[in-house]
Design a protein around this ligand. Structure first.
Ligand SMILES: Cc1cc2nc3c(=O)[nH]c(=O)nc-3n(C[C@H](O)[C@H](O)[C@H](O)COP(=O)(O)OP(=O)(O)OC[C@H]3O[C@@H](n4cnc5c(N)ncnc54)[C@H](O)[C@@H]3O)c2cc1C
Length: 462
């Protein structure tokens, strides 16, 4: 009886959605394609290039005004110098080479931005940490990492999941005496939220062998001209009207069989458009705020309602009033392992343009641009008072900003224990939908590897 009621409820929900699409997209232009891609960041763009080369038609629906997701490039208005304040480097591997070669863009080795002098300061009170240096990644960390090869390239976890992986990282470090590695693991680029509470699973998944190859061995590439937005502009140019920018899906239905396909109503600056496609690639963060309009069934909702992304924001600021050419890095003066407090700025890094800095900011709750910039200004004012040689008169000038939230969705220990990642892998292709957005690893090239593994199945279904 219960399942009959459930079936009726689901089919009623499906009819309601179909009705909504029809109402919203009445008289809308219909775009018919083999594959609809939601999200034009790293994996959406990579998937589109491959689909095109395999003779499949596609359309990308991208919420922002550009392709490239977490790449963020500001051009200095006087010199035109590109300042990359989001993504910094790509792991040098065949898929990264493919990406740049395919777009006819020459590459060079990438370097993590560093400056001759990093000042480590507690951004909560301006205390400078003297005699502090950055511990390197140590062999004892690498030995621990090697215990869990199945989280190096995704999250294909054994059943049961080792309980050690579900410990908060600080407890894991204490249990295995890893205290010397604390800085390395806590200070990962783009790590979000309260780092002491991050599960060991996510620390190893993030600071994996690939990341160590990037940071320690310098196995990285970038496009040689230094403007990291460029590959995505070249792709946009090639894709033409197969990209809908500043656009979002307002309602969608996905059939249970391949022949049912996918129908989406999309709000674009040129009015609503209806997309009719055989398959859907979901290349945006797979969280409810993005997936809610797609008419998820219970099986899908049981997975995606359990994930939440981190809050991460980046920007460019001039006239900071601090002595030039230093990096100003947030470190807790009196916290365990000098972990910085959240919410707060992660750092201010100098750029190729003297006096122009980029900064990162992380919080536990969503913030607006105004809130992030106001909090960042407060931090700079505090630093002006505590760093010798600063000008306390200088008023910071914010010239660029980007929100990266929700970043790298994660879930809780109980959901992992209950097999949520197994369920996620099993749902690939269900209701003509494939997920490539960052859930299984954090770096773009590793996500391209995962996308590359899915593409033959998507192409076969389309
Ligand atoms: C500050 C920062 C620095 C980083 N540095 C590096 C680095 O140096 N090297 C590295 O390999 N990785 C780096 N990363 C991580 C890397 O950028 C991501 O893992 C990767 O971009 C994820 O790719 P993706 O396709 O899953 O998502 P994204 O690249 O985020 O693309 C998702 C796209 O979907 C769009 N979108 C979101 N919601 C919707 C919606 N509802 N409808 C339509 N579109 C939507 C977004 O605007 C975005 O363009 C960094 C991340 C950040 C935040």
């Amino acid at each position: 009886m219960k399942s009959i009621t459930l079936g009726i409820n689901l089919s009623l929900a499906a009819s309601a959605l179909a009705y909504r699409i029809n109402a919203q997209c009445q008289n809308a232009q219909v775009i018919t394609r083999d594959v609809a891609i939601v999200g034009g960041g790293a994996t959406g763009t990579y998937a589109a290039l491959n689909l095109k080369d395999e003779g499949k038609s596609f359309v990308i629906v991208e919420r922002k005004s550009y392709l490239g997701g977490h790449t963020a490039t500001y051009h200095d208005p006087t010199t035109g110098t590109p300042i990359n304040y989001g993504l910094q480097v790509y792991w040098d591997n065949p898929n990264s080479r493919y990406f740049f070669n395919r777009l006819n863009i020459s590459v060079s080795q990438g370097t993590f931005p560093s400056s001759k002098a990093s000042l480590y300061i507690d951004f909560t009170d301006g205390t400078q940490l003297t005699n502090y240096s950055v511990p390197t990644i140590k062999q004892d960390y690498i030995n621990e990492l090697h215990k869990y090869p199945y989280i190096e390239n995704g999250l294909e976890l054994p059943d049961p999941v080792p309980e050690d992986l579900l410990l908060p990282w600080q407890e894991y470090m204490d249990k295995f005496n890893l205290t010397d590695d604390a800085y390395s693991t806590y200070s990962r680029p783009a790590a979000t939220g309260d780092l002491t509470k991050t599960l060991a699973l996510y620390v190893f998944n993030n600071l994996n062998t690939v990341m160590i190859e990037e940071e320690v061995d310098g196995k990285t590439i970038v496009n040689a001209d230094g403007d990291y937005g460029e590959p995505y502009r070249v792709a946009l140019n090639e894709f033409g009207d197969n990209v809908l920018l500043n656009s979002t899906v307002t309602s969608g239905t996905r059939g249970n069989t391949t022949s049912d396909g996918v129908t989406l109503c999309v709000s674009t600056p040129q009015g609503n458009k209806q997309i009719v496609a055989k398959q859907l690639i979901f290349a945006a963060p797979p969280v409810m705020e993005n997936l809610g309009v797609f008419g998820l069934d219970q099986k899908e909702e049981a997975i995606f309602s359990k994930f939440a992304g981190g809050m991460f924001y980046t920007g460019v600021v001039t006239n900071i009033g601090l002595p030039a050419n230093n990096s100003y890095v947030n470190r807790g003066a009196s916290t365990d392992y000098h972990v910085y407090s959240v919410p707060g700025n992660v750092m201010f890094n100098p750029t190729k343009v003297e006096g122009t800095y980029y900064y990162w900011y992380t919080s536990l709750e969503p913030m607006t641009q105004q809130q992030v910039e106001s909090a960042t200004r407060d931090t700079l004012k505090l630093l002006q008072k505590s760093v010798k040689g600063s000008s306390t008169e200088a008023e910071p000038n914010f010239v660029a900003y980007n929100s990266h939230a929700p970043l790298h969705p994660t879930t809780d220990a109980d959901s992992i224990r209950a097999g949520i990642y197994r369920d996620y892998y099993n749902i690939q292709g269900y209701r003509n939908t494939w997920y490539t957005g960052s859930l299984l690893v954090t770096g773009s090239p590793q996500l391209w590897n995962i996308t590359a593994q899915l593409l033959p199945k998507i192409i076969a279904a389309a």
